[in-house]
Design a protein around this ligand. Structure first.
Ligand code: BES
Ligand code: ZN
Length: 845
């Protein structure tokens, strides 16, 4: 039993007037000081402001044994009733007499469980170098903090920490366990440590270097020093999210922090750099200044998801990370935000399950994308000025979205709130239709905007409008905007001076504006040669392809047109452009797995990817860098999966050498090779992979294997993989990607994964106690269906098996299933005809 001394509480007049959950309530400073500069201390608010005989508190999974209130200088009053409102994660304490206004102390004896749900105060299982299983005690308080109080018992060892600045309770963290660490001091004097599992301190060095570079970068950018004397980054074995920005003690999944010089691949390095950049940005943006309420969560997460790229671009310019932003965040956000079941960036939330729901691509990726657009609109100098004003003015306070706009408006003199309200207060984004006319030496552009929906342009009255910062470039200078305008009405005419008739004109330079573009056929025709001859910049080629793909899915243009555009990428050298194209071809493959011409689309994939595959080969060439490694992995994986003969043979040969210990595969080649041999392999291959999984010492390698297991094709093997997903071998947070991999792996896999989820629903749901992992699981598993009746089946299942934190995700999935079905009905036949005709007379390159 533990006695929590300090516990934030609120008092209220009656049970009928419950206080809203107060996860963001600021705590008082605690007078405790001394000891190493580590974490934080908490102290309750001790005021009864109005006479009451009830106290309502946040509370989850806690059994209260006794509770009493001791008014200062007066007698203790014992609570006589504990009324738990489990649904709302609250408890009401009732007292036999009235608590009078004044100060006092609330004392509670309670029993709490060190749970295994990766929430609150929980236990994380790990294995020591000698193979012994042990447990660490870890906290994860965002977003349901304060419901699982603090342990404090006179009989246990007491550790006193240094005083923290005033801070929010969700940023509190403590970890009890055995760890090694590496340490350095950043240029600006902050003590930085990376804590790793025992014996793996070396694997902390990469993150340490990134963190030490990142702190001074943010200090310069914000012109505000890091607010604490130290920062610790720690790898936690069982961890639901990717990482958590607790002030001064940032917790990470092992795969988001640990890098081994031989066994980590390039994409893991990049991921670690991004996650470190993200969480350290929160130390200012989120921790020093905290959002006022969860409605403004996007401000935290969107901003951190934007600036992590700025930071990585500073530390690793060779990653060309901003181009990757477009394919990782921007297009992902647009995909989700085109749904009728999307939501505005700023959304009102109350219940904890509603808060869980908004840790999604709208808050993160759309949030980051609109900040990127805003940064471009304002310019770096004024943007930095505004950021500094915001962080200085609101430090150790709470702030809302409007507060940031006000500071940026002050710094730039531009109508920031008016522009940004159209992006954060209404969901969706516009499709800009553009056509052009040559008028003597000038080009006249006619622009119009209409909400873009995944099912086609918005129909009906009252179409929402946006204030859209638009840039326009021409073939004369493809990397610079010839004109920048703010489109603040439904229609606009723009004159571009001195544009020759043979020049192309393109909107959205750099794919920065959060909109899609539909060109008149003449304008589109003129742009396509720019893909083939690479005169369009990479991120513009990417954006153009992605827009066309989504226009096809929405039924605005034909999918065959997009296939033709994809063929124009034959000379493409850029990793990210390929990565986005590959992703879209993957979506199309999944769709066509519902038809009997799936093999034909695989032929198409092979044709598109083999020229670049041949250029790259299997082994790195002198002078190659990070992006070449990523590109090689992507292309070989794509070719191998599609059954490209030469790739398959070489993958098998290299896999054999790897397994026999003759020639260990380089980390960058492992995913594509594992995927290829599994997809085209048998039970023996699967057994070998599972053995490799067991032997793997690094979580990164285990995850790599887990993610490809679903590629296996035979029904019995698929079943074996699903059973494996729930076994002790797979950490609870990773089960989701194994099942998701099965659903995404094949047509049969999709059905089997759905059945598995239904059959094991109770276990899966309990494992995560709601939370965002359950949403991810549902999304990965059902989104690929393309038959109308499946939407009904999914809906019906969750009506009888509710998952409150995944409610919106379920609606989005059902909408996507219907969209897939409509797409298939509309375009399957013409795609089939095109692929057949192509086979008969292959296009000449
Ligand atoms: N604050 C979040 C952690 C979090 C996520 C808490 C979901 C509660 C629910 C953290 O800053 C974060 O955003 N982590 C990301 C990684 C990041 C690099 C995108 C995550 O966990 O996915
Ligand atoms: Zn974050």
């Amino acid at each position: 039993m533990v006695r929590p001394s300090p516990l934030p509480f609120s008092s209220s007049d009656s049970a009928a007037a419950p206080v809203r959950p107060e996860p963001l309530e600021k705590l008082q400073e605690d007078p405790v000081s001394g000891g190493p500069p580590v974490l934080l201390v908490v102290q309750p608010s001790k005021q009864v402001r109005q006479a009451t005989n009830q106290i309502v508190m946040n509370c989850a999974d806690i059994d209260i044994i006794t509770a009493s209130y001791v008014p200062e200088g007066d007698e203790e009053i014992h609570a006589t009733g504990f009324n738990y409102q489990n649904e709302d994660e609250k408890v009401t304490l009732s007292f036999p007499s009235t608590l009078q206004p004044g100060t006092g102390t609330l004392k509670i004896d309670f029993v709490g469980e060190l749970n295994d749900k990766m929430k609150g105060f929980y236990r994380s299982k790990y294995t020591t170098p000698s193979g012994e299983v042990r447990y660490a005690a870890v906290t994860q308080f965002e977003n349901v903090i304060d419901r699982k109080p603090y342990p404090d018992d006179e009989n246990v060892v007491e550790v006193k920490f240094a005083r923290t600045p005033v801070m929010s309770t969700y940023l509190v963290a403590f970890v009890v366990g055995e760890y090694d660490f590496v340490e350095t001091r950043s240029k600006d004097g902050v003590c930085v440590r990376v804590y790793t599992p025992v014996g793996k301190a070396e694997q902390g060095k990469f993150a340490l270097e990134v963190a030490a570079k990142t702190l001074p970068f943010y200090k310069d950018y914000f012109n505000v020093p890091y607010p604490l004397p130290k920062i610790d980054l720690i790898a936690i074995a069982d961890f639901a999210a990717g990482a958590m920005e607790n002030w001064g003690l940032v917790t990470y999944r092992e795969t988001a922090l640990l890098i081994d010089s031989k066994n980590s691949c390039s994409s893991s390095r990049q991921w670690v750099a991004l996650v470190v950049g993200h969480e350290l940005a929160h130390q200012w943006f989120g921790n020093l200044v905290t959002m006022e309420w969860w409605t403004h969560l996007w401000l935290n997460e969107g901003f951190a998801s934007w600036i992590e790229y700025l930071c990585v671009d500073h530390c690793f310019p060779e990653y060309d990370i901003w181009t990757q932003f477009v394919s990782a965040d921007y297009t992902r956000a647009q995909e989700l935000d085109a749904l009728d079941n999307s939501h505005p960036i700023e959304v009102s939330v109350g219940h904890p399950s509603e808060v869980d729901e908004i840790f999604d691509a709208i808050s993160y990726s759309k949030g980051a994308s609109v900040i990127r657009m805003l940064h471009d609109y304002i310019g770096d100098t004024d943007f930095k000025k505004g950021m500094n004003m915001y962080l200085t003015k609101f430090q150790q306070k709470n702030a809302a979205t409007e507060d940031l706009w006000e500071c940026l408006e002050g710094a730039s003199g531009k109508p920031i709130a008016a522009v940004m309200n159209t992006w954060t207060k209404q969901m969706g984004f516009p499709l800009i239709y553009v056509e052009a006319e040559q008028v003597e030496n000038d080009r006249l552009l006619k622009l119009s905007q209409r909400k873009f929906c995944a099912s086609g342009p918005y129909v009906g009255e009252d179409c929402p409008q946006w204030m859209v910062p638009i840039t326009i470039s021409t073939s004369e200078d493809p990397n610079h905007a010839k004109l920048k305008i703010l489109m603040d009405k439904p229609e606009m005419n723009v004159v571009l001076k001195n544009v020759k008739p043979d020049q192309w004109v393109k909107l959205n330079l750099g794919t920065v504006g959060f909109y899609r573009t539909q060109y008149s056929s003449a304008m589109l025709e003129s742009l396509l040669p720019g893909i083939r001859d690479l005169s369009l910049p990479p991120v513009d080629r990417l954006g153009l392809q992605n827009d066309l793909f989504s226009l096809a899915r929405a039924g605005i243009i034909s999918t065959v047109e997009v296939l033709k555009v994809m063929e124009a990428f034959v000379n493409e050298p850029n990793y990210t452009v390929w990565s986005d194209l590959s992703c879209n071809l993957g979506i199309l493959s999944t769709l066509l797995s519902h038809t009997d011409f799936y093999e034909e689309i695989q032929e198409f994939v092979k044709d598109v990817f083999s020229p670049i595959g041949e250029r790259l080969g299997w082994d790195p060439k002198p002078g190659e860098g990070h992006l070449d490694a990523l590109l090689r992995g992507l292309v070989l994986g794509k070719l191998g999966k599609a059954g490209h003969k030469a790739t398959l043979e070489e993958a098998r040969r290299r896999f054999k050498d790897h397994v026999e210990g003759k020639q260990i595969l380089s980390a960058d080649l492992r995913s594509p090779v594992y995927l290829t041999v599994l997809k085209h392999g048998d039970g023996t291959t699967l057994d070998i992979m599972i053995k490799l999984h067991k032997q793997a010492d690094m979580q990164e390698e285990k995850n790599r294997i887990e993610r490809v297991l679903g590629a296996t094709l035979s029904p019995e093997l698929i079943q074996k993989v699903l059973t494996f997903a729930l076994s002790e071998e797979v950490r609870p947070q990773d089960t989701v990607s194994v099942i998701g991999g099965v659903a995404g792996g094949s047509k049969h896999g999709r059905k089997a994964a759905w059945k598995f989820i239904k059959d094991n629903w109770e276990e899966l749901y309990n494992r995560y106690q709601g939370g965002f992992l359950i949403s991810r699981l549902i999304k990965l598993s059902v989104e690929g269906f393309a038959v109308d009746k499946m939407a009904g089946e999914v809906k019906a299942f969750f009506e009888s098996h509710p998952a409150p934190s995944a409610e919106r995700t379920i609606q989005q999935c059902c909408e996507n299933i219907l969209l897939n079905a409509a797409w298939l009905k509309r375009d399957a036949e013409s795609i089939h005809q095109y692929l057949l005709q192509r086979k008969a007379s292959p296009p000449t390159v």
